[in-house]
Write a protein that binds this ligand. Structure first.
Ligand code: KIV
Length: 265
């Protein structure tokens, strides 16, 4: 069973941490049998599972539903769940209720985006026994203030702001921080600056770990191929070919055969 202490140990031992997103029970059963360290029920579920163009339509109800399904299949894997758009920007009581719902659905930690305005809430969660993963850089819940899907931290000023935010998240008690879409050099600098691990996505090779979206790494999503994605399997073609093979077998009478049929005796 992975715990937050394994994250620290891996950073200290210079061992890479691997994380993959997951949204459903069947996929979680597969991921549970892999060597990956942890699963993220990301608010990217709004895009990958529900077809929205960004993560803003993700709701707490949606995240609880996916977290519960993943947790039933995830075995011993460490499970982190995203707090969706604005679910942690309400009253303390509503924010806590949101976290409670995700933890009671099976998450072992929550992730939230940004540092500004979140620090005292993160402290409160950590003091309440909730592991928190931070997330800075291209934080999609702020897509309209960031001006779209853009690499962050390219100017000296924005790089300095991201470094400051990373330190604030560490200071507030986050056990790890996701760095999304920042130049390699900044990914490296923040990783060296922090004593907690960084998990990168589009942040270069020097972060303490990497995260990819399940559908992206398996090549299931042919419409979306940002620079930082590597597809490790041609999943789209393989699934499509499997379904076409089934259709063909039905049409030609090759399926079902005796072994697939019930007899009277
Ligand atoms: O929602 C998500 O998939 C994420 C990853 C990109 C880190 O937050």
């Amino acid at each position: 069973m992975t715990t937050i202490f394994d994250f620290y140990k891996k950073k200290a031992a210079n061992e890479k941490i691997t994380m993959v997103t997951c949204y459903d029970y069947t996929s979680a059963r597969i991921v549970a049998q892999t060597d990956v360290d942890c699963l993220l029920v990301g608010d990217s579920a709004a895009m990958t599972m529900h077809g929205f163009k960004d993560t803003l339509p993700a709701t707490l109800e949606m995240m609880v539903f996916h977290t519960a399904a993943v947790s039933r299949g995830a075995g011993n894997k460490f499970l982190i769940s995203d707090l969706p758009f604005l679910a942690y920007r309400k009253s303390l009581s509503k924010n806590i209720t949101a976290v409670q719902s995700l933890m009671q659905a099976g998450a072992q930690a929550v992730k939230l985006e940004g540092a500004a305005g979140n620090i005292s809430f993160i402290r409160h969660l950590v003091e309440s026994g909730i592991p928190v993963m931070g997330h800075i850089g291209l934080t999609l819940q702020m897509i309209h203030t960031l001006g779209g899907f853009k690499v962050q931290g390219k100017t000296q000023e924005s790089a300095a702001r991201l470094k400051e935010e990373a330190l604030q998240l560490q200071e507030a008690g986050c056990f790890a921080v996701v760095l999304e879409c920042v130049p390699n050099a900044l990914g490296k600098e923040i990783t060296q600056l922090l004593s907690i691990p960084t998990i990168g996505i589009g942040a270069g090779p020097d972060t303490d770990g990497q995260v990819l979206v399940f559908q992206d790494l398996l090549g299931l999503n042919i419409d979306f191929k940002p620079k930082f994605v590597k597809t490790f399997v041609n999943g789209y073609e393989q699934v499509k070919n499997g379904i076409d093979a089934y259709v063909n077998a039905v049409k030609t009478g090759a399926f079902p055969q005796d072994e697939h049929c019930y007899q009277n005796k």
